[in-house]
Write a protein that binds this ligand. Structure first.
Ligand SMILES: [Zn+2]
Length: 172
C-alpha cells in the first residue's frame, strides 16, 4: 500500500457568491465564483485572484493570496525558471497519482474558514475527477472521512482526515 499524505487549507478559499457593486451593471449584484484562478506578477509579489462573474458576465477578481517571488540570482539560458515553485497549480490529478502507484490519498484538513461540503472541497482541488464522479465515489465508500462513510454534503471540519482510495477507479 502506498499512501500519499497531503494537507489542504481552505482559509483562502472564497464563498461561492458575493454581493457587491458591479460598475458595469451600475448596481449591487451577486457575483459567483467561476472557480477559475489567475496569477499576476507584480514586482516581487505574485498575486492569486479568484475570478467572479455577475449575471451579465462581468468579471471581478478577488485577491486570494500573495506569493513572494524568489529572487533570481543569475539569469542565463540554462536557468529559465520564470515561475517560482509556490505558483504551482494547487490542484492534483488522481490519474497521475494512480500512475505513480499511489493506492490511498490521505488528506488532512488543516483549516476550513467557511462551511464546506466534502464533494465541493474535493472537486475544487482535484482537476481530473468531476463533482458527480466524486459524489459517486463517496457513495461507494471509496472516499471516507475519519475512516467512515459519509454523505457528499458532509461539512468538513478542521483536523478531518479524508481517505481517497484510488484502487477502484474503473467506475469512472
Ligand atoms: Zn455586471
Amino acid at each position: 500500500m502506498t499512501v500519499l499524505n497531503i494537507h489542504w487549507r481552505f482559509d483562502l478559499e472564497t464563498e461561492e457568491s458575493v454581493t457587491r457593486y458591479c460598475p458595469q451593471c451600475g448596481r449591487k449584484v451577486s457575483f459567483v465564483d467561476s472557480s477559475k484562478r489567475r496569477h499576476n506578477a507584480n514586482g516581487k509579489n505574485i498575486y492569486q485572484f479568484a475570478i467572479y462573474k455577475c449575471a451579465n458576465d462581468h468579471t471581478w477578481n478577488k485577491k486570494l493570496d500573495i506569493y513572494k517571488a524568489k529572487p533570481v540570482l543569475t539569469v542565463n539560458d540554462t536557468e529559465k525558471e520564470l515561475c517560482p515553485e509556490s505558483v504551482e497549480d494547487p490542484t492534483i490529478s488522481i490519474g497521475e497519482l494512480s500512475k505513480q502507484g499511489i493506492h490511498t490519498l490521505c488528506i488532512c484538513i488543516q483549516s476550513v474558514a467557511s462551511p464546506l461540503r466534502l464533494d465541493r472541497a474535493l472537486s475544487t482541488k482535484i482537476k481530473d475527477v468531476s463533482r458527480t464522479q466524486i459524489q459517486k465515489l463517496i457513495k461507494q465508500g471509496n472516499i471516507q472521512v475519519n475512516s467512515q462513510t459519509v454523505a457528499a454534503k458532509y461539512l468538513l471540519c478542521e483536523k478531518d482526515y479524508i481517505h481517497f482510495h484510488l484502487r477502484d477507479m474503473s467506475c469512472l
